[in-house]
Design a protein around this ligand. Structure first.
Ligand code: FAD
Ligand code: SIN
Length: 549
């Protein structure tokens, strides 16, 4: 890689990073750095689809209403209005780039229409999908478009370590981002890269929890990097748990899409009782409500899982609509056309993140953040299903447009090279694995679906202790991706705990037994974490929405 060749450096090759790169590439050369294979991302595993008001019975207003109800009134008004209004245009754009969404026969003979899916919290069928492998199709389409673009280069196995800022360079100027340090994993060397703009599109942090739907890449690297650089991070208490992750000893992280419930799937307990039937929307309640109900049912009955039953649907329908889920479950010995699927909730999505506006701008000039790593405020206290891929598209596009007007500056000509650790050969795989497991266990046990102040305090102590040890270790040992991920993971774990301790009420995904109701005083407050300052909050303008916990 030629170090100074790129105007834009994009970290991550999920939907946000790839789509942004395609949109910005007419303004200058783009390098996409990604820590594993180019398609390996949360995006690649997305099943349900992308929500947008495109159906004849739908409207942007209705989509806004559903989003704000799911977000328990905490959704930023500007984000909701902008992202959901611009969504349909971005979907058309994605189709023009080569994305193939599933279609079905329309009422007009010989004509096809989008096969719009249904998911929890939506009042209309509005999920565009590619069978049950939407994310794989998105990656295919975007990577194919990128391979045709002369201005974009993808570098696999490049691990972004830390940002280089005016402050880290000790320059006497207003702080801004000049570039970053990157581990070239294959060559085992650290590169120092400068750019006019660095874009964090590194996704979420599901791996901070013992059980998650997320692949291994989801270690919160971008959030941790931004935090270390002094960039504000917001709403980290809102970690979404997906109610329906396959429960099987050999299945590590396999999601059973909410679209199955959208098509009539019923959640039942061990005895076959549909315990969600006592809720107004039954099994199609909001995701936070369903996850909590399952958690309660499992604890009450002492069972290890509950079940999702879709056997009342015709087998050919299921095999055609959900081929990936059907085949995968079959490999684990479960025929979803004939038997219920054992499921448990698992950490799924980070609603908070690096604080940005709807153009991806952070508080640090020269640094943008988009996709799951960022928090635009769209999701509020709980993300409406299938709104995240949409958010990534709209904000990536808006960020690229904004960069046309922004007066970008060249990086400083003398960026500090990486200072090697004193013991570059010291590698402690056992210690890393142990700490990693401990963090994930503490987060699952004490900072999970149902929290208490006492458990959060306990988590804070343990995580802080681990953080000190890891920091000490980090200074001494050889840089490996595992070590870097461990350092980031413990940082985001600490941010989640800090934010959770800051919000004194229950709202959406943050459910704290000591205060099970919403507190009107907190209905417009986002938690705010800035390195070196005590945790605090900011007031936001919210779209009107439901205020029930
Ligand atoms: P990602 O797609 O996660 O991409 C992050 C990229 O950053 C990866 O390429 C990763 O390797 C790279 N990276 C990370 N750290 C570094 C580093 N330090 N250096 C270099 N590269 C780095 N949302 C929906 O809207 N609809 C759905 O149907 C849906 N289904 C889902 C199903 C599953 C199983 C999961 C896990 C999530 C699902 N989501 C869904 C959520 C959605 O997929 C994600 O929010 C979205 O894909 C995030 O996109 P992104 O581009 O921000 O990040
Ligand atoms: C799913 O298919 O259930 C995932 C949808 C989402 O996370 O938005």
């Amino acid at each position: 890689m030629d170090r100074d060749d790129y105007r834009f450096i994009v970290l991550g090759s999920g939907i946000a990073g790839l789509y942004f790169s395609l949109k910005v590439a007419d303004q200058g050369k783009v390098a996409i750095l990604t820590k594993k294979h180019r398609a390996e991302s949360n995006t690649n595993y997305a099943q349900g689809g992308i929500a947008a008001a495109t159906g004849p019975d739908d409207s942007v207003e209705q989509h806004i209403k559903d989003t704000c109800a799911a977000g328990v009134g905490l959704c930023r008004a500007e984000a909701v209005q902008t992202i959901l209004t611009e969504g349909p245009a971005r979907i058309r754009d994605l189709i023009e780039l080569g994305m193939q969404f599933s279609r079905r026969q329309s009422a007009v003979p010989g004509e096809k229409e989008w096969d719009l899916g249904m998911e929890g919290g939506h009042s209309r069928r509005r999920i565009l999908h590619a069978q049950d492998i939407t994310g794989k199709e998105i990656e295919r389409a975007l990577l194919a478009a990128i391979s045709r673009h002369p201005n974009i280069e993808i570098y696999e196995n490049y691990f972004a370590i830390d940002l280089i800022t005016s402050r880290s360079l000790r320059l006497e100027e207003p702080d801004r981002c000049h570039g970053l340090h990157v581990l070239d994993i294959e060559e085992r060397r650290v590169l120092t890269l400068g750019a006019q703009a660095v874009v964090i599109a590194t996704g979420g942090c599901g791996k901070a929890y013992l059980y998650t739907t997320n692949p291994d890449i989801a270690t919160g690297d971008g959030v941790a990097m931004a935090w270390r650089a002094g960039v504000p991070v917001t709403n980290m208490e809102f970690i979404q748990f997906h109610p329906t992750c396959l429960y099987h000893p050999q299945a590590k992280t396999f999601l059973i899409s909410e679209a199955i419930r959208g098509d009539g799937g019923i959640i039942k307990n061990l005895k076959g009782h549909p315990f969600m039937d006592s809720y107004p929307l039954k099994s199609l309640e909001r995701r936070d409500v369903v996850a909590r109900a399952i958690d309660q049912e499992m604890k009450r009955k002492g069972s290890e899982c509950v079940y999702l039953d879709i056997t009342h649907k015709p087998a050919p329908f299921l095999m055609n609509r959900f081929p990936h889920i059907y085949q995968t479950c079959l490999r684990y010995g479960i025929d979803i056309t004939k038997e219920s699927i054992p499921i448990v909730p698992a950490a799924h999505y980070q609603c908070g993140g690096i604080r940005t506006d709807t153009e991806g701008l952070t508080d640090l000039p020269g640094l943008l953040a988009i996709g799951e790593a960022a928090c635009t405020g769209l999701h509020g206290a709980n993300r409406l299903a299938s709104n995240s891929l949409l958010e990534a598209l709209v904000v990536a596009h808006r960020a690229a447009e904004r960069l046309r007007e922004l007066p970008l500056q060249d990086p400083h000509p003398n960026l500090a090279p990486w200072a090697d650790a004193p013991n570059p050969d010291k590698e402690e795989g056992v210690v890393i694995r142990h700490d990693w497991n401990e963090i994930r266990r503490v987060m699952w046990d004490y900072v999970g679906i149902v929290r208490t102040r006492r458990r959060l305090e306990r988590a804070r102590k343990r995580i802080r202790h681990l953080q000190d040890e890891i920091q000490e270790f980090y200074r001494q040992a050889r840089l490996t991706p595992d070590l870097l991920e461990l350092r980031n993971l413990v940082t985001v774990a600490d941010l989640i705990v800090q934010a959770s301790l800051t919000r004194p009420e229950s709202r959406g995904l943050h459910y704290i037994l000591d205060h099970p109701q919403t507190d009107p005083e907190w209905s417009r407050r986002e938690t705010l974490l800035i390195r070196g300052r005590p945790p605090s909050w900011t007031s936001i303008a919210c779209s009107p929405g439901s205020g029930t916990a």
